[in-house]
Write a protein that binds this ligand. Structure first.
Ligand code: F6R
Length: 246
C-alpha cells in the first residue's frame, strides 16, 4: 500500500483529485468507482475546478457509485444520486447516461442488485475506486460482519443510521430502512483503489483497517489484500499508524 500524507483536508482533496485526474487523462473512457459522504466533496470540487480551467475532459468517462438508499428517488435531496449530481456531475461535461447509481426506486431488491451487477460487468469493471472510510471500518454500506464475497446486495440499515437520518425526513415512514451497496467482492476487483480520510476521528479506524488483522469485523481491512491501494490522508487521520511509517 502506498500512503500519501497531506497537511490537511484541502491538500488531501487535491492529492486525491490529482490521482483521479491522472486516470482520466491516461484512459479518457475509464470507469471511476465513486463514493458519497463528506470526505470526497473537496476532491470533487477540485476536479470541477480543473475541468473549468480546461484541464480535464469527462466526455467519455463512466462512473459507478457505491451505494443508494432503497426507496429514494433521484430528486430526493437525501439520495446519493442527488448528491452526485449536485457535487459533481452537473458541473462537468460527463454524460449522465454514463453515470451509474443503484436504482433506489426499484423495490425488488434482487432485481436492483442484479441489474447493477450487470452494469458493472457491461462497463468492464472499475478502473479506479475512490473510497471513504466509515468510523467502524465500513466501505460502501458494507458494515462490520459483511461477507467479503458479496457483489451488489441490499442491506438493512442499523438503527443508529436510521435514527441519524430521521432528521432529514418529515415522518419516520419516509426514512430509508435499507440500502443497495456494491459488495466487497466488487470493490476488491477494482484495478486501483484510492482511500481518502481526514481528521482525528478516523485515526483509530485507519490503524485498525490497514495495520490490524484482516477480518469481516473491519470491512476495510480487506483492502490489505489488494495490490494497488493508495491511502491519501491528512496528518490527523494518520496519527495512530505505526511509528516507523509516520
Ligand atoms: C458513501 C459511502 C460510505 C462513506 C463513509 C464515510 O458512498 O460509501 O461508506 O464513504 O461512510 O463517510 P464520510 O466521508 O462522510 O466520513
Amino acid at each position: 500500500m502506498k500512503i500519501i500524507k497531506t497537511l490537511d483536508y484541502y491538500h488531501m482533496s487535491r492529492m486525491a483529485a490529482n490521482i483521479l485526474s491522472a486516470q482520466v487523462i491516461i484512459k479518457p473512457d475509464c470507469v471511476l468507482g465513486l463514493a458519497t459522504g463528506s470526505t470526497p466533496i473537496g476532491t470533487y470540487e477540485q476536479l470541477i475546478r480543473w475541468y473549468e480551467k480546461g484541464d480535464l475532459d469527462f466526455s467519455q468517462v463512466r462512473t459507478i457509485n457505491l451505494d443508494e438508499y432503497k426507496g429514494l428517488s433521484p430528486e430526493n435531496e437525501q439520495s446519493y444520486r442527488y448528491f452526485m449530481n449536485e457535487h459533481l456531475f452537473k458541473h462537468i461535461n460527463i454524460s449522465l447516461q454514463n453515470t451509474h447509481v443503484p436504482d433506489g426506486l426499484e423495490l425488488d431488491s434482487a432485481k436492483a442488485c442484479d441489474d447493477y451487477n450487470h452494469v458493472i460487468r457491461d462497463n468492464g469493471g472499475i478502473d479506479l475506486q475512490l473510497l471513504g472510510l466509515g468510523l467502524n471500518g465500513h466501505i460502501g454500506f458494507n458494515e462490520p460482519g459483511a461477507a467479503f464475497e458479496k457483489e451488489t446486495h441490499c442491506v438493512d440499515l442499523t438503527q443508529s443510521t436510521i435514527d441519524a437520518n430521521s432528521r432529514f425526513f418529515e415522518t419516520m415512514d419516509q426514512v430509508p430502512k435499507q440500502a443497495y451497496t456494491v459488495g466487497i467482492k466488487t470493490i476488491i476487483q477494482a484495478k486501483k483503489i484510492v482511500v481518502i480520510a481526514t481528521g482525528k476521528s478516523k485515526a483509530d479506524i485507519i490503524a485498525r483497517a490497514f495495520w490490524g488483522p484482516i477480518t469481516p469485523a473491519v470491512p476495510a481491512s480487506v483492502l490489505q489484500l489488494h495490490n494497488d491501494v493508495v491511502l491519501v490522508a491528512d496528518e490527523a487521520a494518520l496519527s495512530k499508524i505505526p511509528d516507523e511509517l509516520r
